[in-house]
Design a protein around this ligand. Structure first.
Ligand SMILES: Cc1ncc(COP(=O)(O)O)c(C=O)c1O
Length: 385
């Protein structure tokens, strides 16, 4: 049997590896407190669950769903988008439901890239931008995100001949893994750069609703001219604590949305209707759940930042996302520190270099751990350090 050459280039999926390592520790009897994967511990809102329960009994929904999603979901997504960002998008041509935004982020590479093409990919970054590019047979040109540049890519410093081969520029703010947010000027610059270089600007806005200290994240589509070049990915996973439900949407430039739709029509057969209707429930009747969730993450952020600073570590509160991006203490590299903390304290932080070489020297700490476990982790760390 021979497996495709393409797969040889793909390393094991980061969190599949993390799961394996943590399972090993648990099998050894260690009570691991994991700040690894960003999978919310806060429950999905009850009305969303109730809507699924009701809809699942309708036999009409047991047949194939529509490839392009229910009109109701597309309309709801567009209405939510307009309420939230004050931008009107056309539900039938500018919104495409996704089986989680990861699915769209991966598949859009097949819609935009051919072998030999280049994608401009931030690093450290969400691994799927690079992996989707690889699966499409294309190459990534990495854009380092450095603290000295506020974790924004230096678009002006990119080699011109490489940029000529590029067809897509990925950006993601609020950012995973750095927790950084981007000023409006950066979005304007990215739109201008995409236009000048004939690129699609793909903005992954999975954490748009999770921001702190009064900061409200924009949509790229709020800025002039964006719809000519940009698509944006939204996810119900983090916004409504629905990671397991697999539902999100892409929106923006019509031609790109259509191209992504063509790929998906040939790969999947749409989202189970009751899940789409539950998503409608979440989007239409938000009623303060997002705000309460952000308050919980914000309180955890402050609690953890103060505890980790108390250990003498250099740690800054993120402005957005559910991650603290912490420089490892002197004398450690990312993997060394992550391993030390796991072995000695049974606490897991993801090594920053797992997200790209510029993540070396950092760990990512997810805020999806409840207070008691967080306090337990801190007291174990105090014993070790
Ligand atoms: C930056 C970013 N984009 C997209 C996703 C995918 O989210 P989902 O597929 O659950 O919508 C994640 C998940 O962690 C993420 O961190």
């Amino acid at each position: 049997m021979r497996i495709s050459a393409r797969l040889e280039k793909i390393p094991p999926y980061l969190f599949a590896e993390v799961d394996r390592k943590l399972a090993e520790k648990k099998a050894e009897g260690v009570d691991v407190i994991s700040f690894g994967i960003g999978d919310p511990d806060i429950p999905t809102p009850d009305p969303v669950i109730e809507r699924l329960r009701a809809e699942v009994l309708n036999p009409e929904h047991h047949r194939y769903p529509s490839y392009f999603g229910l009109d109701e979901f597309r309309r709801s997504a567009a209405d939510w988008f307009e309420r939230r960002f004050d931008v009107s998008i056309e539900p039938s041509s500018q919104v495409l439901p996704l089986m989680g935004s990861k699915e769209g982020v991966a598949h859009i590479a097949l819609a935009l890239l051919d072998p030999g093409d280049v994608a401009l990919v931030p690093e450290p970054g969400y691994p799927v931008y690079e992996m989707g590019t690889l699966l499409a047979g294309a190459e990534s040109l990495f854009l380092p995100l450095k603290k000295e540049n506020d974790f924004l890519p230096r678009l002006d410093a990119l080699p011109r001949d490489e940029v000529k081969r590029a067809k897509v520029l990925w950006i993601n703010y609020p950012n995973n893994p750095t927790g950084a947010v981007a000023p409006d000027e950066f979005f304007r610059l990215a739109i201008e750069f995409a236009r000048a270089n004939d690129l699609v600007l793909a903005h992954d806005n999975a954490y748009s609703e999770i921001t702190y200290d009064g900061y409200v994240a924009p949509s790229v589509l709020q800025f002039d001219g964006a719809v000519d070049v940009a698509v944006e990915f939204h996810s119900l996973s983090k916004t409504f604590n629905m990671t397991g439900w697999r539902v999100g949407f892409a929106c923006g430039n019509e031609e790109v949305i259509r191209a992504l739709g063509t790929i998906k029509t040939n790969i999947d057969s749409g989202i189970f209707n009751p899940v789409q209707l539950a998503a409608v429930e979440a989007l239409d009747h938000e009623s303060g759940t997002v705000q309460r969730m952000v308050e919980i993450y914000g309180a955890r952020r402050d609690r953890l930042v103060s505890a980790l600073s108390g250990l003498g570590w250099e740690v800054e509160p993120p402005k957005g996302s559910i991650y603290i991006w912490m420089a490892v203490p002197d004398g450690f590299d990312s993997v060394g520190f992550s391993t030390h903390v796991l072995e000695r304290a049974g606490v897991f932080f993801t090594p920053g270099n797992a997200y790209g070489p510029s993540g070396e020297g950092y760990v990512r700490i997810s805020l999806t751990v409840p207070d008691e476990r967080m306090d337990e982790a801190v007291s174990r760390l105090k014993e070790v350090f």
